[in-house]
Every structure is written in C-alpha cells, then in structure tokens.
Design a protein around this ligand. Sequence first.
Ligand SMILES: Cc1cc2nc3c(=O)[nH]c(=O)nc-3n(C[C@H](O)[C@H](O)[C@H](O)COP(=O)(O)O)c2cc1C
Length: 186
Amino acid sequence: MTNPAVVGFSGNFTRPSKTRGFVDHIVTEIAGRYGLAASTHDVVDLGPSLGNAKWAGDLDGQARGILERIVAADVLVVGSPTYKGSYTGLFKHFFDLVDPAALRGKPVLLAATGGGERHALIVEHQLRPLFGFFEAFALPTAVYASDKDFVDGVLASEAIRTRVGLAVDDVGSALFGRQRARIAAE
Ligand SMILES: Cc1cc2nc3c(=O)[nH]c(=O)nc-3n(C[C@H](O)[C@H](O)[C@H](O)COP(=O)(O)O)c2cc1C
C-alpha cells in the first residue's frame, strides 16, 4: 500500500512566489504531523501545455502527472495569490480541466496570499465556492497571509503560523473521521 499523501497546488505563475512558499509550509506541517508523503506544485511546474489545453487530455505528460497526483491525494492544499480580488486565471483554468466528480469528498485546505488585508475573504468568497462545486470536503479553517506576513518570501507571522496550526488540526479530524466512517461501514 502506498503512503497516504498530502499534495499542495499553488496558482502562482511567477517565481519566487510567496504563495508557493506558503502552500509548501502548510503541506510540510501536515506531512510532519500525520506522517504523510508530501509534494507541492504550482502553475510554473505545469509548463506551457496548460494555456492551450481545452481538456485534460490536451495536457503534456508533466502537467497530466500533476493533475493525477492532485486527484489521487488524500489531502489537498490549494492556494493562490489574489489577482483582482480572486484566484489567478490560470489556477481556475487548471481546475476547469479537472473532472467534476474527481475531488468529491476530498479534504481540501484553502489558502491565499494578497498584497494587503482587503481581500482576505478570497478564501471564503472565491475558493470555497469553487471547491463546493467539486463537492470536495473544504476544511472549515482557511488561511490567508498578506505581504507584511513574509520576510524575504518566508512566512514570518506568528499569528498566521498559529492559524495554520488550527487548519492542520482540521486535517486530522477529516482524515480520522473518514477512517472511522469507513470502518463503521465495513
Ligand atoms: C495582476 C495582479 C493583481 C493583484 N491583485 C490583488 C488584489 O486584488 N488584492 C490583493 O490583496 N493583492 C493583489 N495583488 C498582490 C498579490 O496578490 C500579492 O503580492 C501576492 O502575495 C503575490 O503572490 P506571489 O508572491 O505568490 O506571486 C495583485 C498582484 C498582481 C501582480
């Protein structure tokens, strides 16, 4: 049996990226706490086939591999920089290629970064409805960090680290609640 996995995906398409670093920080916390295999990807990793893809089958092997990892993940961490009050267009385009039933019931931790605090509710008003469409299990604690929370691209805010800890608690409830439900159904 393969090790259960936490997979991060960030909607940045430039690097260095605070969002990718933020998503990777969360992924590392989850992996450390629950002993999961971990990987983090971003739009840069998807490469050039994304822009022209109308269907998942149009993606090249590398991008399709990332999509398959996301679909197979036991826990997903998704994040995006805020662009014009929402996630990036390429983040949405990538999820437009995902089968509507592929993320059903999957625990998903929602994260975003932005220039300031004004758009902090992007996690509730933009990301949560998107994963609601997929009938994913979007975790109750979503996390947002702004430019001032990073020093040299690394998350420095104690308050945000604490909130990440609460979100990681949610992951445990989702993972072990699911396990209990499976056992009860046997
Ligand atoms: C085109 C563009 C649009 C942006 N729009 C917003 C916005 O609406 N609200 C906000 O808080 N920050 C906005 N920002 C700032 C970025 O969200 C912020 O700097 C983010 O943390 C950058 O993440 P990255 O380092 O991963 O690229 C925008 C930045 C760019 C380049």
